[in-house]
Design a protein around this ligand. Structure first.
Ligand code: SF4
Length: 431
């Protein structure tokens, strides 16, 4: 398969890694056992475009996964889905069943598993409406952090539920030969795996740990998942939106060059919050005015988030900044997940920075001391429950987080405090 049309497409989950490079890296690995995973654990605050895609374009996403599997030589696939997206599970299973019927996926696709969650997390989830879940047994599984088969898509497009049992069953590595799919001739079995609700599982190696039944803590890299991922097999992990773009580019359905547009999640003090496809490099002001109907009546911008919580906060005076890697890099941040959140007066930017930092403190997996202690300390400083230390000491804390953290949560969290200092206070923390 010629994937040159994917050059320029960058991963849309936040890190922005070149998609074609990953596809090629997995394809070059030796052996026939490889895995493709769609990361649908959308948890970045302000970001909701993956959920929208799963609702409205699920077939495009799954066809993109099938093409990736065929290109890389992968025979197993999973959609790793955040548990808050209850209805999306049913949508996915019906779409999988339809693609089995069409002969694009192997018979037996549509198994459902529930991955491991953080200890303590299930109680939070159980109180957030999961009892209404379309997959009626999911709440039980999430409450118990269990991993086992809970249902299977039927050829008619429905879902057959297995009664909950008290056993644990990881997604099996060996399941016997996978039959070739009649239309493509390529064996590819695609299943669904529910996540446990941890933000850190958006990080691909934490996601793998969760699927393998361990506490989801990011792994040291290398080896990268493309070399050694699920069950130690070469594994391609892409975001929902990335597969959506890939399928449209490979089929010629996308009329714009790879990487020239993105799906923006726009929310906050705007007239029409929603998901909008727009060019990379347009300004937040143009996005709000031309796509989201403008600011809410009477609203004045207090601060805004350019690409999800991890990209920090900016002042209203920077609304004309191009939403591109270069444009946002010039103001100290990055496009992230392309989630633009507008806050209006009288919201205090310090309150927003404090809430983001508290979120990171709660979601840190705690294996790195600088991240574990640094996020908590920075949250307490911003909340005012602890006094800020001397500026030089604060800078040392932030530098320790940036240099001593294993994953992106720890080394991007200081950005929130740095941005608040830079744009909203007179005393900037020395770099
Ligand atoms: S940086 Fe934070 S979230 Fe990431 S591995 Fe370290 S402790 Fe866990």
């Amino acid at each position: 398969m010629d994937i040159r049309c994917l050059e320029g497409l960058r991963g849309c989950g936040g890190a922005g890694f070149a998609a074609a490079f990953k596809w090629e890296a997995v394809r070059r690995e030796a052996g026939g056992d490889k895995v493709v995973i769609c990361n649908a654990d959308e948890g970045e605050p302000g970001t909701f475009k993956d959920g929208w895609l799963l609702r409205h374009h699920v077939q495009t996403i799954l066809r993109g996964m099938q093409k990736a599997a065929q290109h890389c030589g992968a025979t197993r696939g999973f959609v790793y889905l955040r548990p808050e997206y209850q209805a999306h599970g049913g949508i996915l299973l019906e779409a999988i069943a339809a693609l089995v019927e069409e002969g694009l996926l192997s018979a037996g696709s549509g198994q459902v598993y529930a991955a491991q969650s953080f200890p303590g997390r299930p109680a939070v989830l159980a109180s957030s409406g999961l009892s209404d879940c379309a997959l009626a047994s999911l709440d039980w599984h999430v409450q118990h952090g269990a991993q086992e088969l809970v249902g299977q898509a039927t050829a008619q497009g429905g879902v057959e539920l297995a009664p909950p049992s008290h056993g644990y069953a990881l997604p099996p590595r060996e399941s016997g030969p996978i039959p070739p799919a009649p239309s493509s001739g390529h064996p590819f079995r695609l299943d669904l795996c529910w996540g446990g609700g941890a933000y850190i599982c958006g990080e691909e190696t934490a996601l793998l740990e969760s699927m393998e039944g361990r506490r989801p803590q990011p792994r040291h890299k290398p080896p990268f998942p493309t070399q050694s991922g699920l069950w130690g097999l070469p594994t391609l992990i892409n975001n929902v939106e990335t597969f959506w773009w890939a399928e449209r580019l490979l089929t010629g359905d996308c009329k714009t060059p790879a990487g020239s547009h993105r799906l923006y999640s726009v929310s906050g003090a705007v007239q029409r919050p929603g998901v909008y496809e727009a060019p990379v490099g347009l300004s937040a002001r143009a996005l709000v005015e031309d796509f989201a109907g403008g600011l809410r009546e009477g609203a004045e911008v207090s601060c805004w988030i350019p690409g999800g919580a991890a990209t920090g906060i900016l002042p209203g005076s920077l609304l004309d900044t191009p939403l591109s890697p270069d444009g946002l890099s010039a103001v100290g941040t990055a496009p992230g997940t392309a989630a633009v959140v507008i806050y209006s007066q009288p919201t205090d930017p310090r309150t927003i920075a404090a809430q983001i930092m508290r979120f990171f403190a709660q979601e840190s997996c705690s294996q790195c001391t600088p991240c574990r202690l640094g996020c908590r300390a920075a949250a307490a400083w911003l909340e005012g429950s602890e006094a800020f230390p001397q500026v030089e000491v604060e800078a040392q804390w932030l530098e320790a987080m940036e240099l001593g953290s294993i994953c992106g949560l720890g080394f991007t969290a200081p950005l929130v405090l740095r941005q608040w200092r830079r744009w909203f206070c007179s005393a900037e923390v020395p770099a």
